[in-house]
Design a protein around this ligand. Structure first.
Ligand SMILES: NC(=O)c1ccc[n+]([C@@H]2O[C@H](COP(=O)([O-])OP(=O)(O)OC[C@H]3O[C@@H](n4cnc5c(N)ncnc54)[C@H](OP(=O)(O)O)[C@@H]3O)[C@@H](O)[C@H]2O)c1
Length: 176
């Protein structure tokens, strides 16, 4: 299995505030959807709960066309159409058993879950958003440039729908 992280981060690694994103960037939503569709997505309970409301009224709505996997420490947390794991060990065992070597799974956030996985991931798909958010309460962990090499880069200038410049970078772990 190839384990990848996908995130959009601002100039000081800001990724969220009050359990919401810091921006509305349709170009990044499209990039996220196209990159992760058809692949398992792994997220923390808080990020899951930020994804809308399910028809039964509970917080959180599974992303379509993807195996939705949620990590939480809350043993009572269960949701329709979502696989829930209560420890990383349990999750890793399941992924190793159910996924082929070439298949890719994506860690999609948030801050706590990125921190748990950044030293385990093979690739980082980072949208660098050229903006600063001093009030952000959730950060992406520092990307150690001695451990990661850039394998692709795609700059997009701001426009009428996307109010910040973005740079879509894929990093691969050095030595992989
Ligand atoms: N910009 C982006 O690309 C992006 C992407 C995703 C999310 N976000 C933002 O990030 C924020 C949410 O991030 P967050 O850090 O607050 O929460 P999170 O990472 O989404 O979820 C944290 C959850 O993981 C659980 N957890 C922590 N350690 C664990 C472990 N070892 N095993 C199992 N479960 C564990 C926590 O349990 P406890 O509650 O019991 O500690 C909590 O329920 C929101 O603002 C969201 O919008 C941004």
């Amino acid at each position: 299995m190839i384990l990848s992280i996908i995130s959009a981060i601002a100039n000081n690694n800001e990724i969220g505030m009050k359990n919401e994103l810091l921006w509305n960037l349709p170009i990044d939503m499209k990039h996220f959807r196209e990159t992760t569709s058809g692949h398992p997505v792994i997220m923390g309970q808080k990020t899951f709960e930020s994804l809308g409301v399910s028809p039964d009224g509970t917080l959180g709505k599974p992303l379509p066309n993807r195996r939705n996997i949620v990590l939480t420490l809350d043993k009572d947390f269960k949701r329709e159409e979502v696989e829930v794991y209560y420890s990383i060990g349990e999750l890793e065992k399941e992924l190793n058993e159910t996924m082929g070597k070439e298949e890719e799974a994506f860690i999609i956030g948030g801050g706590q879950i990125y921190k748990l996985f950044i030293d385990k991931a093979d690739r980082l798909y980072i949208t660098h958003v050229d903006a600063s958010f001093p009030d952000a309460d959730t950060l992406f962990p520092a990307i150690d440039q001695t451990k990661w090499k850039i394998i692709s880069e795609d700059r997009h200038e701001k426009d009428e729908k996307n109010i910040y410049d973005c740079n879509f970078i894929i990093y691969e772990r050095i030595g992989k």
